[in-house]
Design a protein around this ligand. Structure first.
Ligand code: FAD
Ligand code: NAD
Length: 476
C-alpha cells in the first residue's frame, strides 16, 4: 500500500547539495523528507573529492621521499603498497561517513528514504512505497561521468571516478582521457605513486584556469614525468596487447597511437536526469542539466534544482552555496540570487591552482583598461623559500578605485589563501584593505598583502606625498 507523506520539503539526492538543504531546514524545525537511492554523501564523499584528496595526500607522502636532497635529507624511491593506499582512502571515507549518514540525519529530525525518487506529477514524488506531496521539492541528483561516444570505447575496459578508487594494484601505464581537474589531479597522484601516466587533452589542459597560472602546474607535472598531450583528440580506442590503445589526432593533422595498461575517462560530467519523471512534473531541462532561474527555481515553481544537476559550476561548495540560497528562499521567502562570481575553485595538484572571482581575461573582457593586475611570485615569500616551495605566482585583479575583482594563485597552499580572498571578494574589499591587515610572518598569506601593497607602488615617489611629508616636518 502506498504511504502518503506531506512534508514541507522533499529533497531528491543525499549528496553535497541535498544534505546541506536537509540539515539547514531541519535545524529550523521544518519537516523534511530526503530520498537517496544509493550511498549517503553522493559523489563527493564516495567517488569524488574525498577519495581523490586522500589519494593525493598519499602521493604527496611518496613524493616527499624523492625530494629531500635540497633539505639535506637523503632521497629514496618510496615503497608504495597500493592496496594499503586504497585502505587509507577507504578509511578516510569511513571517518567522514557518519557525518552524512542516515542515522545522523534521522537524529536531526529528517525522514530518510532509501529509494529511487521520481516525479509522479507536478506536486508529487514517488519513492519506494511512498508518495511524497511536499510544499517544495529540491532536485539534487548530481552528475555522473560523461563517456564520450568515441568508436571502440565501449569495447574496452575503462575506469571512471566511480571505479578508479577500487584499484588494488598501481596501473603500469595509466592513460587519462581529458586534462580537466579530474584528469590532472589523478595523473599526478598516480605518477607519484609509481605509474607511468599519459594525459590526452583535445584543447588546453586545465583550460578553465588562467593559462599563465595553469602553466606552473603543467610544468611541474611534466617535470615529474607525466606526459601531457595537448591539442590532441582521442578519435578511437582499441584493445592492445598490454591493455588499451588510443588513436589520437594531434596538432597539425598528426596522428599517433598511444598504448597503456589502463584507461581513465575524465572527459567531463553529465547531469543525472534519467528516470526522474521531469516531463510529468513540467520541469524543463537540456543536455547540460535542469533549467533554473537566478533563484535556482525550475520551470515548475514548486521545484528547485541545485548542485551538479544544473550543470553550472560543479563543486561541493557550489552545491552548499546553492543549498543556502534555496533554504533562504523556501523558509524565509527572501529573494535569493546565485552569483557565480563568488564561487571559487581549487585544483589540488602540487602546486595547487586556485581561482577566486574574475580571472584576468574575464576582468579585461568586462572592464577593459580599468583593470590592474598585481602579481607577485612565490619566490618573494620567505616561507616559500624556507619550504623550498618557490614555484608559483599570486595575481590580484583590481578594478576601479582598487576594488578586488578576482584573484588567481598557483602555488603551495593556494586553496587556503583562496579562503581569505574569497572573503575579501564577498565583502567587496579593496586593495587598501588587503594591504592594511597584519599578516603573521612567515606565511604564504603575506603574498596577498604584498601584491595589494604594489597597488600603491608609485606613492613614495609622488610629488604631493613628498611635499606633504616635508610640510608636516615643519611642526617639529
Ligand atoms: C573525482 C572528483 C573529484 C572532485 N573533487 C572535488 C573537490 O576537490 N572539490 C569540490 O568542491 N568538488 C569536487 N568534485 C565535485 C563534487 O564531487 C560535486 O560537485 C558534488 O558532489 C556535487 O554535489 P551534488 O549534491 O550536486 O551531487 P552528488 O554528490 O552527486 O549527489 C547526488 C545524489 O543523488 C542521488 N540520486 C541521483 N538520482 C536519484 C534518484 N532518482 N533518487 C534518489 N537519489 C538519487 C545519487 O545517488 C547521489 O547520492 C569532484 C568530483 C569528482 C568526480
Ligand atoms: N578540485 C576540484 O574542485 C575538482 C576536482 C575534480 C573534479 N571537479 C569537478 O568535476 C568536474 C569534471 O571534471 P573533468 O576533469 O572530468 O571535466 P572537465 O570538463 O573539466 O574536463 C574534461 C576535459 O576532457 C577533454 N576531452 C573531452 N573529450 C575528449 C577527447 N575525445 N579527447 C581528448 N580530450 C577530450 C575536454 O577538452 C576537457 O578539457 C569539474 O569541472 C569540476 O567541476 C572538481
Amino acid at each position: 500500500m502506498t504511504r502518503v507523506l506531506t512534508p514541507d520539503i522533499c529533497i531528491l539526492g543525499a549528496g553535497s547539495g541535498g544534505l546541506s538543504v536537509a540539515a539547514a531546514a531541519a535545524a529550523f524545525g521544518v519537516e523534511v523528507v530526503l530520498v537517496e537511492r544509493d550511498r549517503m554523501g553522493g559523489d563527493c564523499l564516495n567517488a569524488g573529492c574525498v577519495p581523490s584528496k586522500a589519494l593525493l595526500a598519499a602521493a604527496r607522502q611518496a613524493q616527499a621521499r624523492r625530494s629531500g636532497v635540497g633539505f639535506g635529507v637523503g632521497e629514496t624511491e618510496p615503497l608504495v603498497d597500493f592496496a594499503a593506499v586504497g585502505a587509507h582512502v577507504r578509511s578516510v571515507i569511513a571517518a567522514i561517513a557518519p557525518h552524512d549518514s542516515v542515522e545522523r540525519f534521522e537524529a536531526l529530525g529528517v525522514t530518510v528514504l532509501k529509494a529511487e525518487a521520481r516525479f509522479g506529477g507536478p506536486d508529487r514524488v514517488m519513492a519506494g512505497d511512498c508518495e511524497i506531496r511536499a510544499r517544495r521539492f529540491v532536485v539534487a541528483t548530481g552528475s555522473r561521468p560523461l563517456v564520450p561516444p568515441i568508436p571502440g570505447l565501449d569495447a574496452v575496459p575503462y575506469l571512471t571516478n566511480e571505479t578508479l578508487f577500487d584499484l588494488t594494484e598501481c596501473p603500469a601505464h595509466l592513460l587519462v582521457l581529458g586534462g580537466g581537474p579530474i584528469g590532472m589531479e589523478m595523473a599526478q597522484a598516480h605518477r607519484r605513486l609509481g605509474a607511468q601516466v599519459t594525459v590526452v587533452e583535445a584543447h588546453k589542459a586545465l583550460g578553465r584556469d588562467d593559462p599563465e597560472l595553469a602553466a606552473f602546474v603543467l610544468d611541474q607535472l611534466r617535470a615529474e614525468g607525466v606526459e601531457i598531450l595537448e591539442g590532441s583528440r582521442v578519435e578511437a580506442v582499441e584493445q592492445a596487447d598490454e591493455g588499451v590503445a588510443l588513436l589520437v589526432a594531434g596538432p597539425g593533422g598528426s596522428h599517433r597511437r598511444v598504448e597503456g595498461s589502463h584507461l581513465l575517462v575524465a572527459a567531463g560530467r553529465a547531469p543525472v536526469l534519467t528516470g526522474l519523471g521531469l516531463d510529468a512534473a513540467g520541469i524543463g531541462y537540456g543536455p547540460r542539466g535542469i533549467t533554473v532561474d537566478g533563484g535556482l527555481r525550475t520551470t515548475n515553481r514548486r521545484v528547485y534544482a541545485i548542485g551538479d544537476v544544473i550543470g553550472g559550476l560543479q563543486f561541493t561548495h557550489a552545491a552548499g552555496y546553492h543549498a543556502g540560497l534555496v533554504v533562504r528562499s523556501i523558509l524565509f521567502r527572501l529573494p535569493a540570487k546565485e552569483n557565480r562570481d563568488l564561487v571559487p575553485w581549487v585544483t589540488y595538484t602540487a602546486p595547487e591552482l586556485a581561482q577566486v572571482g574574475l580571472s584576468e581575461a574575464e576582468a579585461r573582457r568586462r572592464f577593459g583598461d580599468r583593470v590592474r593586475v598585481l602579481a607577485v611570485d612565490y619566490a618573494a615569500s620567505d616561507r616559500a623559500r624556507a619550504d623550498r616551495a618557490t614555484i608559483g605566482r599570486l595575481k590580484l585583479i583590481a578594478g576601479q578605485r582598487g576594488r578586488l575583482l578576482g584573484a588567481g594563485i598557483a602555488g603551495a597552499l593556494a586553496g587556503e589563501m583562496a579562503n581569505l580572498l574569497s572573503l575579501a571578494l564577498a565583502q567587496k574589499l579593496d586593495m587598501k584593505a588587503l594591504a592594511g591587515f597584519v599578516a603573521p610572518y612567515p606565511t604564504y598569506g603575506e603574498l596577498v598583502r604584498r601584491a595589494a601593497l604594489s597597488y600603491y607602488a608609485g606613492m613614495p615617489a609622488n610629488t604631493w606625498v613628498r611635499r606633504t611629508i616635508r610640510f608636516l616636518r615643519l611642526f617639529g
